[in-house]
Design a protein around this ligand. Structure first.
Ligand code: MRU
Length: 359
């Protein structure tokens, strides 16, 4: 049984408060769209796929007991809620893509469905389907990524096994289960092909030290934590076969926004000739974003950089710049983009968008 970030059943939703991990495992009830928006904004829930699913489920919770007179009233209300939820975190594209997918689903369905009650039940089932699809997709991402790494002779030259570095948290806590980049590590491990996993601390919010390290320990995967500033030396001294990280948004040209610090890891990987992979479902790949220049980077509060666990560590009075993400140019994504449909060259990812589901 893996860690469960999202608990949902028949209109009841709660999420694991990731701000309290690893010291406390506390679930927070989500009873409305406002509750959903707040847990996303404050990062009690984080990770692009988890944000989209908690957002969509918070709409389900809100409308679960409500009754509507006409289809359009239901559609307009869902539209209003989804639009609001997309405003919580601007860089991760999954919530925005899920919102437009669900609106298209409702608008198409309302032509065939007579009653708002029927429309509502179909909407709920569709969100529930997306919940399950996320875990299934992640398992495919994990397996494709593990095979690709193992098929590269330079990745496994030491003992036939691969060591992998990851950044931030992309595991069960960032998704509905299994994870994306952490899913690749999970697959390598379950196939007996993982030598060692390295995870970065991921300053300033420490998703690596608090969450990825927690998941790796929980799953008994051989792993070591390093500070972000140690990555180049790690590449020089230890035999790291591949870097695998997640994505908050992949642009059409393959440029990828992910947790701040990803870009510098990609540069160091290129210098050391270590394949650098993005692991992301198609729900993170955006046909409406031409390149990384078009991705809005979320700027988080200064306190998240100046404080750790509410304790100030930076000198009083210093000004902090706290971008939550950076963009890795596609030229640095040398291993490829690992998706639920296979592993593709970053600069060719747009060609595969049509083959994926609309989401
Ligand atoms: O700010 P966060 O913690 O939401 O950032 C998370 C990341 O950058 C992840 O790598 C990304 O969302 C992919 S999660 C499968």
């Amino acid at each position: 049984m893996t860690l469960q970030a999202i608990r949902y059943k028949d209109g009841a939703l709660s999420v694991l408060d990731q701000l309290k991990l690893p010291s406390k495992s506390t679930y927070v009830d989500i009873k409305s769209v406002n509750d959903g928006w707040n847990v996303i904004k404050t990062m009690k829930v984080r990770g692009a796929p988890a944000i989209a699913l908690v957002g969509s489920l918070s709409v389900v919770v809100e409308i679960y007991e409500q009754e509507f007179e006409i289809n359009q009233a239901f559609i307009d209300l869902v539209d209003k809620h989804l639009t609001y939820l997309t405003s919580a975190r601007p860089t991760a594209v999954n919530m925005r893509k899920t919102a437009s997918y669900l609106m298209e689903f409702l608008n198409n369905l309302s032509r065939d469905v007579a009653s708002p009650q029927e429309l509502k039940l179909n909407f709920i089932s569709e969100v529930e389907r997306l919940l399950k699809k996320d875990t299934d997709d992640n398992i495919s991402v994990g397996n494709y990524g593990a095979s690709h790494i193992m098929s590269n002779p330079s990745c496994t030259k030491l003992n036939g096994k691969a060591s992998v570095l990851t950044h931030c948290n992309t595991g069960s806590l960032a998704t509905t289960g299994y994870g994306t980049a952490l899913g690749v590590i999970r697959s390598l491990f379950s196939q007996g092909n993982l030598d060692h996993a390295y995870c970065t601390e991921t300053r300033p919010y420490n998703q690596g030290a608090r969450l990825t390290a927690y998941e790796l320990v929980y799953e008994k995967i051989p792993a070591t934590l390093v500070a972000d500033s140690m990555v180049s030396l790690l590449f020089k001294e230890k035999s790291v076969a591949a870097v695998v990280v997640g994505a908050d948004r992949v642009a059409k040209n393959g440029d990828t926004a992910n947790k701040i610090g990803t870009y510098q890891i990609a540069i160091a990987a290129k210098y050391h000739q270590i394949p650098f992979y993005i692991a992301a479902p198609f729900s993170s790949i955006d046909r409406n974003t031409e390149s990384g220049d078009d991705i809005e980077i979320e700027i988080r509060p200064q306190e998240e950089l100046a404080n750790i666990n509410g304790q100030r560590i930076a000198a009083e009075g210093i000004c902090c710049w706290n971008p939550a993400f950076d963009v890795t140019p596609h030229q640095l994504i040398t291993g490829g983009i690992i998706t639920e449909l296979g592993v593709f060259r970053a600069d060719e990812i747009a060609n595969y968008l049509e083959k994926s589901e609309k989401l």
